[in-house]
Design a binder for this molecule. Sequence first.
Ligand SMILES: Cc1cc2nc3c(=O)[nH]c(=O)nc-3n(C[C@H](O)[C@H](O)[C@H](O)COP(=O)(O)OP(=O)(O)OC[C@H]3O[C@@H](n4cnc5c(N)ncnc54)[C@H](O)[C@@H]3O)c2cc1C
Length: 397
Amino acid sequence: MNPDSHYDVAIIGAGPCGATAARYAAEECSVLLIDRRKTIGSPVQCAGFLPKYDELEELMPDADLPDTFRYPASCAYTETRYQRFVAPTGDIKEFDVAADVLNRKRFDQYLAERAVRAGADLRIGTRVTAIDGRSIEIAGMWGSHTISADVIIGADGPGSFVAKAAGLPGIGADDDPMGLAHAVAYDMTGVEIDDQAVEMYFGRNFVPGGYAWIIPHGGTSANVGMGIRKAMCEPGVSFRDYLHRFIEEHPIAADKLRGGEITSFIAGIVPVGGARPKTCAGNVMIAGDAAGHLIATNGGGIPTAMVAGKIAGEVAAGVVNGRCDIEEYESRWQREIGMQIRTSVYVRKLMDGMMRSDSMMTAVMNMISPAHMKALQRGQLPDAVKRLLQGMQRRLG
Ligand SMILES: Cc1cc2nc3c(=O)[nH]c(=O)nc-3n(C[C@H](O)[C@H](O)[C@H](O)COP(=O)(O)OP(=O)(O)OC[C@H]3O[C@@H](n4cnc5c(N)ncnc54)[C@H](O)[C@@H]3O)c2cc1C
């Protein structure tokens, strides 16, 4: 790439969203994919849980799934078959979910390879520092340059620089202080776990306002983490303190985890407040975590980020080739994944009330069938569960 190059489309962020956008846009026009990381996918900030293709079709029935969901087996550490919910009292409910546990570094690199094979230029170790109309300033290990692009896609994660530069409103509503979760996790070896099951633990003493997870990585390895909300934490107790408390003291989990060795630590922000009210302006679109495209009930963002990335890439090519205007982006993602994102935020808000009381949370979990639990954590809300949750919420005041 020469300084002062021009591209039809510039995509900021080569995570699942940006790489998928680049793979689709590059079929039709010139594309530059930029990431500030020197190694794609590293450091990892994800537990890597991704339901299999059939499950994704059920999760997002209106979406046109990108072909990047068909990835080689080498992108996954292992496969799991069940999801197991553990209530604050230790009661257990379980349902089938066929899933892969991704090696996110390998997976992100595979997606970037797909973008490059489709014709995109990839520039790593490069941060976008300013955007003014079509002009983009970049700086990093290849020096500082100004490039230009007709269309810009911000796929740069929850703290999106591109969204701020385009003046797009923030993630979640101001009246939703619980709209951001903090996630912390360890990779561990030497743990005694069921390697077929992803486990999710609830209880405000261990995981205030969220859940802890054990996600198998094959054999005796696992990612062990939690997503929690600061507003519900005890003063002076850090997120990492909570994770240690869970590993060492949880009545069920500690027996599996206490003897394990911690091999790495990851942390990040998970935007669970819903999509930004506006996701495109001028020649800019934002997608994936940058836009709040995430299922708020479980904090899973890979599926929605990739669907939004495909839509952004296709619309960008359409704009460049005069087939559509940029507003089509917003109407397409709303049509394909908008309902799931909105419902998941509604369910999350109902569950936030229950999470303030362990006895209430346990009662709810005991009353909901495994099939309905599966629907809820996907961000769906069956009528019977809606009535139940609304009734409980009224009791809570
Ligand atoms: C601890 C944790 C565990 C998680 N576990 C799961 C899980 O198991 N399953 C799941 O589905 N989701 C999970 N998520 C959420 C998931 O990781 C995200 O939803 C997903 O990565 C979103 O993809 P994305 O491409 O939108 O953003 P990202 O993957 O965040 O990619 C954004 C990219 O933009 C780059 N970037 C940012 N700013 C700039 C800049 N100024 N210039 C250049 N590049 C820039 C970054 O380097 C990064 O590579 C987890 C999140 C966390 C924090």
